[in-house]
Design a protein. Structure first.
Length: 84
């Protein structure tokens, strides 16, 4: 954040309510999706790369929805700290 990166947080319950994917992924240049694969213990098994236009479009839509509903980290930290 100190370097100017805008990091945001979205609780899993909110992501579920919005119908967002239940898997982690990175989106590169709105052209490449890297979907992380985990085992039942949340150990990363690998990454599946895709340039399939339909999969990329779904990832772009999920990213945009998550971004719209997410909270900036600084605000999220304040809210969590005040809840305790």
């Amino acid at each position: 954040m100190a370097a100017g990166e805008d990091i945001r947080n979205l609780p899993r319950a909110e992501a579920d309510r919005l119908g967002l994917p239940d898997h982690d992924f990175w989106l590169f240049d709105s052209r490449l999706v890297a979907r992380f694969v985990f085992d039942e213990d949340d150990t990363t098994l690998g990454v599946v790369l895709s340039e399939d236009p339909a999969e990329v479009a779904l990832a772009c839509q999920a990213r945009d929805a998550a971004w719209h509903h997410a909270t900036r980290t600084a605000d999220f930290v304040k809210a969590v700290a005040s809840a305790g």
